[in-house]
Design a protein around this ligand. Structure first.
Ligand SMILES: *[C@@H]1O[C@H](CO)[C@@H](O)[C@H](O)[C@H]1NC(C)=O
Ligand SMILES: *[C@@H]1O[C@H](CO)[C@@H](O)[C@H](O)[C@H]1NC(C)=O
Length: 409
C-alpha cells in the first residue's frame, strides 16, 4: 500500500462511513484499498491511474465498484484535493529569515507546556472542518538546543514530538517542517554553512524516530531564499532524501522546496523545478518526492498584508500545473492564506477551486496559520472555541465548498 493510500484511507474513514465513499471521495486507483462503491447519486470515475473519484451523477444507486473510464481533461471534472489543513505554528517562533532561531523564544502550541491548545485546535479542524493534514514548523536550533549538529536534544525533541503525536492522534497526516530558510545562524547549508552531512544527520535522526509512521511527511526545509546556486541546493536536498530513506522511512512523502521563498510563481522560471526534479530515492525513483510550494495572495506575496490582490492562477498555478503534468510530478502548497477580509475570501476561494480542478498534480494546501498566534494576528486561523475565523469558514475548510466553486476565470 502506498503512503498516499494510507493517508487517504485514514483521512476518509475519519469523515465517512466505512464501505462506501462519499461524493467527491476516492473510490479507486493504484494501491487504493478503501471503498470502491460510491454514495447514492454519485459514480466512480477514473481521474488517472492513481485516483478514481465519486462524482455526482446517476449511477443507479452508486454501487458496482467497477470504475468507469473517461477521457476528461484535467479541468473539466470536479475533483477533490487529497490534503487540506493548516499550519500549527509555535515551535518556530524566534526563527528569523537568516536562519537564526533562538530556542528560548519558542511558544509551544501545547497546553501542557503553558501554551495555546494546538492539540485541541487540530481535533477541532478534523472533527468540524474535515481537515486531514497539519504542518508543524520547528526551528533546527530548538531540536538541538542551539548546537550546530544533527544530534537531537532529547528534552526539546520530546516536547516537539508531543505536538507530532497530538497531530497523529487526530488521524491526520503531519508535516515535520524545519523552519530555517536553508540556513543555520546566517549561513546557507552546503554553501558556507553547515555541511550537507550535518544536515543529513539531522534528518536521519528525525526520520529514524518516525520510520514506522506512514502519516508523517518530511518537509526538509522552509523557504530557501537568495540561495546562490540552485543546483548546489538540490544536492543538499538529495543528501536529506537519502538520509531519510536510509533511516528506514522508505515510503513516506518528502517535500522538496525551491529557492525564492519556495514561491510557486518562481519555481519554474528560476530553475528550482529543473534542479529539484533530479533528486531521487536510493532506488532511483521519485516516488513520494513531492515539490513544496508556497504562495500568498497579497500585493508582494509576503503574507503580511490583510488584503488579497490576486488568485495567482495565471501567474503561478496554471503554468505550474502544466509543468508538473508534463514532468509526471506533483506538488503540495504548504503555505497560503490571507486576512479575514472579503478580498481574500474572493481570491483564495478561486485559487482553491483551481487547485481542485488540477488535483491530479496538486495534492492540496495548508493554510498559514493557526497554533500559537494571537487572535489579532493578521493571518490568524486560530479558532475561537468551535468558531472558525471567516477565511477558514468561507474558503480553507473543506466543508466550505470552495473546491467546487468558481475560479473567476
Ligand atoms: C531568482 O534567483 C535569484 C538568485 O537567488 C534572485 O536574486 C532572484 O530574485 C530570483 N528571481 C525571482 C523572479 O524570484
Ligand atoms: C470568542 O467568542 C466569544 C463568544 O463565544 C466572544 O465573547 C469573544 O469575544 C471571542 N473572542 C474573540 C477574540 O473573537
Amino acid at each position: 500500500m502506498t503512503l498516499l493510500s494510507v493517508a487517504l484511507l485514514l483521512g476518509l474513514t475519519a469523515v465517512s462511513v466505512r464501505g462506501q465513499s462519499p461524493v467527491y471521495g476516492q473510490c479507486g486507483g493504484q494501491g487504493w484499498t478503501g471503498a470502491t462503491t460510491c454514495a447514492s447519486g454519485s459514480t466512480c470515475v477514473v481521474s488517472n491511474p492513481y485516483y478514481s473519484q465519486c462524482l455526482p451523477g446517476s449511477s443507479g444507486g452508486g454501487g458496482g465498484g467497477s470504475p468507469t473510464t473517461t477521457s476528461s481533461s484535467p479541468s473539466s471534472t470536479a475533483k477533490t484535493l487529497k490534503f487540506v489543513g493548516v499550519n500549527i505554528a509555535g515551535f518556530d517562533f524566534g526563527c528569523g529569515t537568516d536562519g537564526t532561531c533562538d530556542p528560548t523564544k519558542i511558544y509551544a502550541p501545547l497546553s501542557q507546556y503553558g501554551g495555546p491548545d494546538g492539540a485541541g485546535q487540530m481535533q477541532h479542524f478534523v472533527n468540524q472542518d474535515k481537515m486531514n493534514i497539519f504542518r508543524l514548523p520547528v526551528g533546527w536550533q530548538f531540536l538541538t538546543n542551539g548546537a550546530q549538529t544533527g544530534t537531537l536534544n532529547s528534552a526539546n525533541f520530546q516536547k516537539y514530538d508531543a505536538l507530532v503525536q497530538a497531530c497523529l492522534n487526530t488521524g491526520a497526516s503531519c508535516i515535520i517542517d524545519i523552519h530555517n530558510y536553508a540556513r543555520f545562524n546566517g549561513q546557507i547549508i552546503g554553501q558556507g554553512g553547515p555541511s550537507n552531512d550535518v544536515f543529513a544527520s539531522l534528518w536521519s535522526n528525525i526520520a529514524s524516530h518516525y520510520s514506522g509512521q506512514s502519516r508523517v511527511i518530511f518537509g526538509i526545509m522552509n523557504e530557501p531564499h537568495d540561495v546562490p546556486s540552485i543546483t548546489t541546493w538540490a544536492a543538499t536536498a538529495q543528501a536529506a532524501v537519502t538520509a531519510i530513506r536510509n533511516a528506514g522511512a522508505k515510503s513516506q512523502m518528502i517535500l522538496l522546496p525551491g529557492n525564492d521563498w519556495t514561491s510557486a510563481a518562481a519555481f519554474i522560471s528560476n530553475g528550482s523545478g529543473d534542479a529539484l526534479k533530479k533528486v531521487v530515492n536510493p532506488d532511483g525513483t521519485t516516488t513520494n518526492l513531492i515539490f513544496d510550494v508556497h504562495k500568498y495572495l497579497d500585493s508582494d506575496n509576503s503574507g503580511t498584508h490583510a488584503e488579497c490582490t490576486t488568485n495567482n492562477i495565471q501567474s503561478a498555478w496554471a503554468p505550474l500545473a502544466t509543468w508538473l503534468r508534463s514532468n509526471g510530478r506533483q506538488a503540495l502548497n504548504t503555505e497560503t492564506g490571507g486576512g479575514n477580509v472579503a478580498s481574500c475570501q474572493t481570491y483564495l476561494c478561486q485559487q482553491i477551486a483551481f487547485q481542485a480542478q488540477n488535483a491530479d498534480v496538486f495534492l492540496g494546501y495548508v493554510g498559514w496559520s493557526a497554533g500559537a498566534f494571537a487572535s489579532d494576528y493578521v493571518l490568524s486561523e486560530v479558532p475561537n472555541g468551535s468558531t472558525d475565523t471567516s477565511l477558514v469558514a468561507k474558503c480553507i475548510s473543506p466543508t466550505s465548498g470552495s473546491q467546487h466553486g468558481s475560479t473567476g476565470q
